[in-house]
Design a protein around this ligand. Structure first.
Ligand SMILES: [Zn+2]
Length: 503
């Protein structure tokens, strides 16, 4: 329009928009302004045809304009053919090469171009544009739907309008384009589901996590979309928690009051940790074939786990030297002194978990309660390939020497059973002894005999660590700490944690 507007005597930075040329260009009916999509016309023949056309003078406008969109898609041959034209451009012909990946355009072409960088639109720009188009088309649209579309377009005007067209087509015959329509078309997760997910996390309810995943998956939502929606919601909660909601300019999909409430229920530390976990899981999505398991695993982890648990780190693969199985009893006094926070395993600067705490320590007593703890902790520190399989599993009982692990998923039970030997070997490192495992499917209608791993109010990290590592003072009828150990923490006693069955 700037080149061809007829309002003045020549090109102008401010085309009038109403003259014949401006109108033709706007309507796409001008014979001299051509848009070519290089993504679908990338071959040498397409460029040859273009070069033929270039020879002819403009039919009705001042300039002939060729807009080549996605120009980086042209083949090498096509670029060479185009280069010849660019080297000797006919009068009154202007090429507009559009691309988002200018590094893929050969330098020979770039050196003959004038470059203009376009920025992405702000959320408000996009919302304005969407509203303008809706007004022009006579479409009623809910404000939340406008916001959702603008967020989804992430700065792209064309994307925003493309999405709007799809949504409008989808909701033809309804009075108004609603948020639900946008969510359906985008495959996004509705705010209702997000509220449900956040509630499951806040309430530390593992069963509710599985329910949410069931429902979300049944709605055909992709794991990636789910994570994106959840991360956005959590970020909104975090912003609400630190008071960073600007009235009027809010981009939040949920009510500020609701967000503030959730922020109060989830501490900032926990929120940050949850967001980290989601980010990590999103990265894992690429190479995890069972995406659903990953989604379930991360939800259960953030619902039932605790940021402090992350400090415990992964299980050490190094073998536990038998003679170093420090069987020592800890007196209540020394237990107290060792609960000091600085006794926590250090977390390295990189955010990598601290060195393992389980290796080279005494075996865990062979009673159900101790093994339950170790199992719950083991599930929270296993590697990403094993984590989904053990998500939500619970140590429920001992059958002789065998620890029975229940899961609510048939698939996970099977997977875990297939890997039983490997899991036993890993778990032996955590427990400091070999414990036979048996994986069974929980009866669907039976209430779990115990809460899922970690659901109970998490034990302070150091407390858990010392319970698992050194054993807390045993119940009197079980094992008595040796009198010597009462006074000297470093005294090693031979008796306390020996399992009679292992003698
Ligand atoms: Zn004009």
């Amino acid at each position: 329009k700037a080149l061809n507007c007829l309002a003045g005597t020549g090109p102008t930075p401010d085309p009038c928009g109403v003259c014949d040329a401006c109108v033709r260009i706007r309507d796409g009916s001008s014979m001299d302004v051509m848009e070519i999509d290089a993504a679908s016309n990338r071959g040498i023949d397409d460029i040859r045809r273009l070069r033929e056309g270039v020879k002819f003078a403009p039919a009705e406008e001042r300039y002939k304009v060729y807009v080549i969109d996605e120009v980086h898609q042209l083949t090498g041959e096509s670029f060479n053919a185009l280069l010849k034209t660019l080297e000797e451009p006919p009068d009154n012909v202007v090429f507009v090469l559009a691309t988002t990946e200018q590094q893929k355009v050969p330098p020979t072409i770039l050196s003959r171009c004038q470059r203009f960088d376009f920025r992405r639109g702000s959320l408000e720009d996009l919302k304005d544009r969407i509203r303008t188009v809706c007004d022009g088309e006579g479409w009623a649209i809910a404000p939340e739907a406008v916001t959702a579309l603008a967020i989804a377009a992430s700065g792209g005007f064309r994307d925003a309008l493309g999405l709007l067209e799809q949504v409008a087509a989808y909701s033809t015959g309804t009075d108004r384009i609603e948020l639900a329509d946008v969510n359906t078309v985008l495959g996004a997760v509705g705010s209702e589901r997000m509220a449900q997910t956040v509630a499951a996390i806040v309430n530390r309810d593992a069963a509710a996590c599985f329910k949410v995943v069931d429902e979300v998956m049944a709605e055909g939502v992709e794991a990636r979309q789910f994570f994106a929606g959840l991360r956005r919601t959590l970020r909104d909660i975090l912003r609400a928690g630190v008071g960073a909601i600007e009235e009027g300019a809010t981009v939040m999909a949920a009510e500020p009051a609701w967000l503030k409430e959730q922020a109060k229920a989830l501490s900032t530390t926990r929120l940050m940790w949850i967001i980290d976990c989601i980010n990590e899981a999103e990265r894992d999505l690429r190479w995890v074939p069972q995406q659903r398991l990953l989604v379930e695993a991360v939800l259960v982890k953030v619902a039932t786990g605790d940021p402090a648990m992350a400090a415990l780190g992964p299980i050490d693969p190094s073998p536990v030297p038998r003679q170093d199985s420090a069987r020592r009893a800890v007196s209540p006094a020394s237990y107290e002194t060792r609960r000091q926070p600085e006794d926590r395993p250090p977390v390295r600067e990189t955010g990598r978990p601290a060195p393992p705490v389980f290796s080279a320590t005494g075996p865990v007593p062979h009673d159900l309660e101790s093994l339950k703890k170790v199992w719950a902790h083991y599930c929270s520190v296993v590697g990403p390939s094993t984590r989904p399989i053990l998500a939500g599993s619970v140590a429920v009982r001992l059958q002789g020497p065998t620890l029975v692990i229940e899961s609510h998923s048939q698939l996970m039970t099977e997977k875990a059973s297939q890997r039983r030997e490997k899991l036993e070997a890993d778990f032996a490192k955590a427990a400091g002894r070999h414990v036979p495992l048996s994986f069974v499917l929980a009866k669907p209608d039976s209430t779990p005999k115990t809460e899922p791993a970690g659901v109970e109010e998490p034990e302070p990290l150091d407390q858990l660590a010392y319970r698992v590592l050194d054993g807390e003072p045993a119940p009197p009828d079980d094992i008595q700490p040796s009198p010597a150990a009462q006074d000297d923490d470093d005294t090693r006693s031979d008796s306390p944690w020996q399992d009679p069955s292992e003698e």
